[in-house]
Design a protein around this ligand. Structure first.
Ligand SMILES: Nc1ncnc2c1ncn2[C@@H]1O[C@H](COP(=O)(O)OP(=O)(O)OP(=O)(O)O)[C@@H](O)[C@H]1O
Length: 929
């Protein structure tokens, strides 16, 4: 059903000769009945007078001085001597008969008991039906079906007045039709006599109810509904048949005074409230609607307003006939009725012609509509801005991808040029060998090279590497006095390039060295390098080829112009990639552009995994396979923190500043000193850590995580030192943390320093919502030994970083997991729950009570376990921290065994040499690898 028309409807409208439907005010009529016989006997005075067709006046002189209104104006007012026919003809008829034009209509009678509602509605119903039949007879060209139903609402229960079954009817919500009444009998009318018969059934049913209620007057609302369906005879059986279908409701409401009367006394009040709930709601709805359709209208508060919702503010034409008793004794009720009428006349409805299309016509119509929408979607000039935006972005992306392809081609060309040069170097091997052999073998360790930090690779790792692999280092360092001089000259042109040049050579060197040292991950390193650089694997280019090559050729092979060209290309590709990312970012779902996602991710991964530093590759290769690769800080943008973009495809995630997370879960392989599966943890996490307690992280995984963290910091430290040389330092200062202390430079007042760091860590743990188990392990493992300094520093740095990230509302990626403030809090809450469950399991009753008392927890409290776990680690006072650690250790079955424990896990780090700053970490690292 809807307000759509067609040829047939247009014809029909023309025939009607009037505009159909639209917004209009509710028609409000007031009917004054004559004094009843009883009232006359009581010598009642009639105080109301209709002074013209629209105004009714209160004539009582006493009341006039009360300040209350005396004159009320409505669409029409009817004196007591007016007939129902006049009331009908005066406005009701027009509305009631709208039903034959496919427009819903409703006629209400509202007023106090015995004011003439039923008297009026009976007449209105009869006249309407008579006119409808008359209309049907006059329009033989149309086929009509007339249906009748009747219901009563009493005490918020809906009953079918045409059925002897008094089972209440349920109201259902229909997405198209609104509220429908379940199982309501609908009789198809044969003729007028049939309707009279049905009306008498309704009357009888109603009287049974009234008898049951032992009341003389109506205490229920009655709704008679006449539904008329019509279609042009000439169209019947045809595809484009259109049916008009509408209903007219005749509503005889319960006496409106009931509510106020019922409010007087107890039992009556309760009953009255029930009976008139719908009447009160009707008043509220009308009042609300009279002020305009703003905000919520409480139709659903009563069955009556729910059923009549369309008549009150929706798709219907509505007339309300307010009936009044003229008697002075009823003046209050009469005034209330007029007040309701005043509100009602402000209410508008918006009636529409209700057209029911045949299935076939409906299908045709929908197909047409679908085609229209599809063509709208296809045309970029439609109103759908996002469609054109998408199209534009697709074009941009296509263009950028083309550019990426072009640049890749150019880069490959340049690389092949480099390869050609390398081949030339090979061919010049013999002469180079002679040159190299003539050089003093110790020149590599010459101070000249080391001192020239601006052009050298004198990072700690290189130094350690040189010592460990002296022969390789000799060859790695390359320079003879004159070679170095050339290098210097070159570096004078671009200092940074020179540094890169050195790294480039060392990169190849290190790959091979790694091979020599049989690092377990060398193949990974080489393969990764080869793939990432789109060059032959580094190991395939023998470092001996290079070190034996002519320095001039070597210099040529890494010439500044080639490198800067590379750098420019890389920069450009990075820019393009960034642009693509920014273009892609607004898509909430990568599925919206699958092809795009695939193509870009390819180029993206190629670009982002490419390392600028061979040292980074070396470090990756030397870490355990599960270690999270840390982006070289040189390639990490200064804005290392970023907010998560929820819908961005993973391939387009920008780099995070990554730190390994101390992951204790089952996913993480257990690491031990020799990197093999270890059962060492079981010695410290007692046997009661049985299946089901697998959520408890083991100490060995904790230690493995610490070591990784230290390794990473070591890497950062080295990098910072390397950068120091290039005057382009990007240290951890950029995230607000001081550079890590070298353990070799641990302050002489270490106990004091330890206290300071420990306090700082405890505070940071709290701020960052760090796992209580982590805190416990850490606290119990590191108690002030000078060798703890590295781990203390690492922890401070990690937590400071995390604090900054979380406090700025950003997320950090640690160990492949994105950490936010919310996720940390959630994890901590879960951990506390887990610990509280372990209290009964792990701590015997007497000891448990002792602990509760120590923490000031009432032994009778039902939530004492929860209280305890919430106390744990929440106070940063050292004594409380010690107690917290003891309780958590007990719960997780961790027994602190002092230095022996650290020894077992390889956490006791040999004090480093103090002679050279850069050596401190190298020695420490020995125990970490
Ligand atoms: N306009 C009128 N002219 C003559 N008699 C009337 C008129 N209106 C009502 N009456 C008479 O007044 C009496 C009460 O009328 P009616 O039953 O219609 O009141 P009601 O408002 O429907 O009452 P209730 O709320 O109790 O059902 C009836 O006897 C009816 O015949």
């Amino acid at each position: 059903m809807g307000a759509i028309g067609g040829e047939e409807l247009k014809k029909w409208e023309k025939m009607q000769g009037a505009a159909l439907g639209g917004e209009e005010k509710i028609l409000v009529l007031v009917r004054l009945r004559p004094l009843s016989e009883k009232e006359i006997v009581r010598n009642e005075v009639s105080d109301w007078e209709c002074i013209n067709e629209t105004t009714i006046l209160y004539r009582n002189s006493l009341q006039e001085r009360s300040g209350l209104p005396t004159a009320y104006t409505f669409d029409r007012v009817y004196r007591g001597d007016c007939s129902t026919r006049e009331v009908y003809e005066g406005g009701t008829k027009d509305i009631a008969l709208s039903v034959v034009s496919g427009i819903n209509s409703t006629i209400f009678a509202y007023g106090q008991t015995s004011s003439g509602k039923t008297y009026t509605m009976n007449g209105i119903t009869e006249f309407t039906v008579t006119d409808i039949y008359d209309y049907m007879q006059r329009h033989e060209e149309r086929a009509f079906v007339l249906k009748f139903s009747a219901m009563e609402i009493y005490n918020e229960v809906v009953r079918d007045l045409l059925s002897s079954d008094s089972t209440p009817l349920r109201l259902l919500d229909d997405p198209e039709k609104g509220t429908i009444i379940e199982k309501l009998t609908e009789e198809t009318l044969r003729d007028w006599d049939h309707l009279k018969e049905l009306l008498s059934i309704c009357e009888a049913q109603r009287q049974i109810g009234e008898t049951y209620l032992n009341e003389n007057s109506s205490r229920s609302h009655q709704i008679l509904r006449l539904t008329i369906e019509s279609s042009a005879r000439e169209f019947i059986g045809k595809d484009n048949k259109t049916t008009l279908s509408a209903s007219v409701n005749f509503v005889d409401l319960a006496g409106s005074e009931r509510a106020s009367q019922a409010l007087s006394v107890g039992q009556r009040l309760k009953e009255g409230c029930h009976i008139n709930r719908s009447l009160l709601t009707l008043g509220t709805v009308i009042r609300k609607l009279s002020k305009g359709r703003h905000g919520h209208v409480n139709y659903r508060d009563s069955k009556l307003t729910r059923i009549l919702q369309p008549a009150l503010g929706g798709n219907a034409r509505t007339a309300i006939i307010c009936t009044l008793s003229p008697a002075r004794s009823h003046v209050e009720q009469s005034r209330n009725t007029l007040l309701f009428a005043c509100c009602a006349k402000e209410v508008s409805t918006n009636a529409q012609v209700n057209v029911v299309m045949s299935d076939k016509a409906l299908v045709k119509h929908l197909q047409k509509e679908l085609a229209r929408l599809e063509s709208e979607l296809k045309t970029p000039t439609t109103t759908c801005d996002h469609v054109s935006l998408l199209r534009k972005k697709d074009q941009q992306i296509e263009k950028l991808e083309k550019e990426v392809r072009e640049l890749t081609k150019q880069r490959d060309l340049a690389q092949s040029r480099v390869e050609d040069l390398l081949r030339t170097i090979k061919s010049d091997k013999t002469s180079s060998q002679k040159e190299v052999s003539s050089l003093p073998s110790k020149s590599v360790e010459g101070n000249t090279y080391e001192d020239e930090s601006s052009v050298s690779c004198s990072s700690a790792i290189e130094e350690s590497y040189i010592r460990d692999n002296e022969s390789d280092a000799t060859s790695c360092a390359v320079p003879a006095a004159d070679q170095h001089q050339r290098g210097k000259e070159s570096a004078n042109v671009t200092g940074e390039d020179s540094d890169d040049l050195c790294k480039e050579v060392r990169c190849i060197e290190m790959d091979e060295s790694s091979e020599n040292r049989n690092f377990e991950s060398i193949s990974l390193s080489n393969t990764a390098y080869g793939e990432r650089m789109s060059m032959p694997p580094a190991s395939s280019v023998r470092h001996s080829d290079i070190r034996q090559s002519s320095p001039m050729l070597l210099e040529q092979a890494n010439s500044t112009s080639d490198r800067s060209l590379h750098a420019a290309w890389e920069q450009k590709m990075q820019d393009i990639q960034n642009t693509i990312n920014s273009l892609v970012r607004p898509f909430p779902d990568d599925s919206s552009s699958p092809a795009l996602s695939t193509s870009i991710s390819g180029s993206r991964s190629q670009k982002l995994t490419r390392s600028r530093s061979c040292r980074a590759n070396f470090m990756v290769g030397s870490f355990p396979p599960d270690f999270e690769t840390v982006e070289d800080s040189e390639t990490t943008p200064p804005n290392v923190l970023e907010k998560d973009f929820p819908g961005r495809p993973e391939n387009f995630q920008r780099k995070h500043w990554k730190l390994p997370l101390l992951i204790y879960g089952a996913n993480r392989p257990k690491l031990s000193r020799n990197n093999s599966q270890s059962s060492i943890g079981s010695a410290f996490v007692d046997g009661s850590n049985a299946p089901g307690d697998e959520d408890i992280p083991s100490v060995d995984n904790f230690v493995a995580g610490l070591k990784e963290m230290a390794k990473l910091e070591y890497d950062n430290q080295l990098h910072d030192q390397g950068q120091e040389a290039g005057k382009s330092k990007r240290s951890v200062k950029s995230v607000g943390v001081d550079p890590m202390l070298d353990s070799s430079e641990a302050p002489s007042d270490w106990p004091l320093e330890f206290g300071r760091l420990q306090k700082m860590i405890i505070e940071l743990w709290k701020t960052c919502h760090i796992s209580l188990i982590h805190r416990t392990y850490f606290f119990l493992l590191f108690k002030g030994d000078p060798m703890d300094s590295i781990y203390m520093e690492v922890e401070v740095r990690r937590l400071s970083f995390l604090k900054e990230v979380l406090s700025s509302g950003n997320s950090a990626v640690q160990g492949g997991q994105t950490i936010t403030l919310a996720s940390s809090l959630k994890a901590l809450r879960r951990e506390r729950d887990m610990l509280s469950r372990l209290i009964y399991k792990r701590i015997p009753g007497a000891e448990r009570n002792e602990i509760y008392q120590k923490w000031g927890i009432n032994l009778n409290s039902k939530r004492r376990r929860h209280q305890l776990v919430h106390h744990l680690w929440s106070d940063t006072d050292l004594n409380r921290v010690i107690e917290s650690a003891a309780v958590v250790a007990k719960l997780i079955g961790f027994s602190d065994q002092g230095p022996a424990l650290k020894e077992m896990f390889g956490l006791s780090i040999t004090p480093p040499r103090k002679s050279r700053r850069s050596f401190g970490w190298k020695n420490s690292m020995a125990s970490l690898i």
